[in-house]
Write a protein that binds this ligand. Structure first.
Ligand code: 13P
Ligand code: ZN
Length: 269
């Protein structure tokens, strides 16, 4: 059996959490990541018949029975993942009953997965139905995204248009736009269900006054989506009240046609 601390998926979790912390997106225990793993790859590092303990999910995750995820722990600080992955991360498999998670590794101090586990698992279900290669759900608290969401309407099309108008990369990276939920109580099944509903149409979902979710087929893709929204929101906020030039719809259409993209309907004139 190989040493799990050398597994590429553990390294990816360490790198992502360290980068997110250093970018100032994830203060204290802010943010969480879940990453769907390939069973055969995990089997190189862990005895999959050895369940350390079981943890109730609190919702029906039947659509994910048998699937294995590496997930950040609740209350754990992203800045600490790199130096102690076995305490701050866990690897869980959704059990046959669909309402229990079997701990295969990690949460060494008796901890458990993120309080946003419902939003993560329900979002995985939505995204896997659209793209069988989907793997990562990433949640973060990036400053400028939250600031822009605070001063703008939460109308998804208006908000997406403002982002596209502020940075030519935006429409290229997320032509499908950004979904937005109103301010809700986090850590609940209810916000999980609302997020998963948005994830049927969007790879990016903003939680008003809270943060953002990004998804993707890889850690880089989910990270890159959030990174591009955050960079664009930063430009928007730095120029707010002083704007002279926004990217015209004609140029946005030209970018979409250059890159063979279908921008979200109902935005460009
Ligand atoms: P956890 O520490 O439970 O992951 O919660 C952090 C967070 O960002 C809540 O939305
Ligand atoms: Zn959060």
């Amino acid at each position: 059996m190989k040493n799990i601390l050398n597994a590429p998926f553990v390294q990816e979790m360490k790198d992502a959490t360290a980068n997110m912390y250093r970018l100032g997106w994830d203060e204290r225990n802010g943010g969480n990541i879940s990453y769907l793993l390939d069973e055969s790859e995990v089997a190189e590092y862990l005895d999959l018949s050895n369940v350390i303990r079981t943890i109730p999910t609190g919702f029906d995750a039947s659509a994910l029975i048998g699937k294995i995820f590496i997930v950040t722990g609740t209350g754990k600080y992203f800045k600490n993942v790199e130096k102690d992955p076995e305490t701050n991360l866990g690897i869980v498999r959704i059990a046959k009953d669909g309402t229990t998670a079997e701990l295969l590794w990690g949460y060494k101090d008796g901890g458990k997965f993120t309080s946003e586990f419902p939003a993560h698992m329900m979002s995985h279900i939505s995204r896997l139905a659209i793209d069988k290669n989907h793997r990562v759900v990433m949640h973060s608290h990036p400053t400028y995204t939250i600031a822009m969401n605070t001063v703008c309407s939460i109308d998804e099309k208006e908000f997406t248009h403002k982002l596209w108008q502020s940075n030519t990369e935006a429409i290229v990276v997320f032509p499908d736009g950004v979904g937005i939920l109103p301010c809700m109580v986090c850590g609940t099944n209810e916000i999980g269900e609302a997020t998963a509903e948005k994830m049927k149409n969007f790879r990016l979902v903003i939680w008003t006054n809270h943060g953002i979710y990004g998804t993707g087929t890889s850690m880089d893709e989910a990270f890159g989506l959030i990174e591009t929204v955050e960079k664009t929101a930063q430009i928007y906020m730095l120029t707010l009240g002083h704007v002279v030039n926004v990217i015209p719809d004609e140029v946005l259409k030209g970018l979409a046609s250059l890159w063979n993209l279908k921008p979200l309907d109902g935005i460009l004139k």
